[in-house]
Design a protein around this ligand. Sequence first.
Ligand code: ZN
Ligand code: ZN
Length: 318
Amino acid sequence: MEATLSQNTSESAQAALFEVLLYYHYFRLADPEAYFRVHHDLCERLALRGRILIGHEGLNGTVSGPIEATTTYRRILHADPRTRSMAFKIDPSDDHVFPKLSIKLRPEIVTLGLSPEEDIDPNELTGQRLEPAQWAEAMHDPNAVIIDGRNRYESELGHFRGAICPDIENFRDFPQWLREHADDLRGKKVLTYCTGGIRCEKLSGFLRREGFDDVYQLHGGIIRYGHDPEVRGRDFDGLCYVFDQRVAVEVNHTETRRIVSRCRHCDEPSARYRNCAWAPCNDQVFLCESCEESFGRFCGEACREKAARAGNEEALSP
Ligand SMILES: [Zn+2]
Ligand SMILES: [Zn+2]
């Protein structure tokens, strides 16, 4: 997957004919299988593409489609009493950002991996939701600790200024990480955020059950924060990782914008994300233009040598 970040921001999509939707809703589904079948038919009929998870605890999705299709989809979900209040984060786009449609039934719509007895129902227990403007202010509270509720490869590309970015590979590693760092959080105002808000519903609920009382979450996540006309992404450094072909989107539209990721080779600031050209690796790395020219599109020396040994002429040419 190739991504030219500067060409894929929402700002460049002026005459957008497509939309990318990001949404979730926690609600009790008595019969997830039946809901799955109806939902699958609906998405196929509208020719939407993307990824949707359905479970007894609700719905989690991100899809792309022509505006007529995404508008119909939103209208139908808002006509359903179960998802009437579901918020959609909407990005204009020139095209689809997913190769296909994938809808899956899952025990959890985000996998925190707690046992069924331990699992968090955000409708019963969660952190206090902060709107973008409240969040922008809360971040500057001297007693606040900001926790990035995403994986390392996401926060590396961009994060809120001053946030703690846990070195974890998977959301289900969070409970252990939080327990190990509990002492650092005692007596603090704990703020959590993620891409669209869904992970923090559970994460902040988990923190509250662990005995923390002063817990807050960014309602609607980074994406909504970047869309908010008042805060316009203020104090978010870098870009927001997204799970589609865009790879990353712009968040900060203020004078505080800056790039925080660095080229793997020369360590200069760069938000240029590339896949290693050694196909069995295919790792995503930051790679500036001049390093790609001089070194080739590899994550490191090892892959470059493997590609050379394999006589992979095509991979060697930048
Ligand atoms: Zn470089
Ligand atoms: Zn590699």
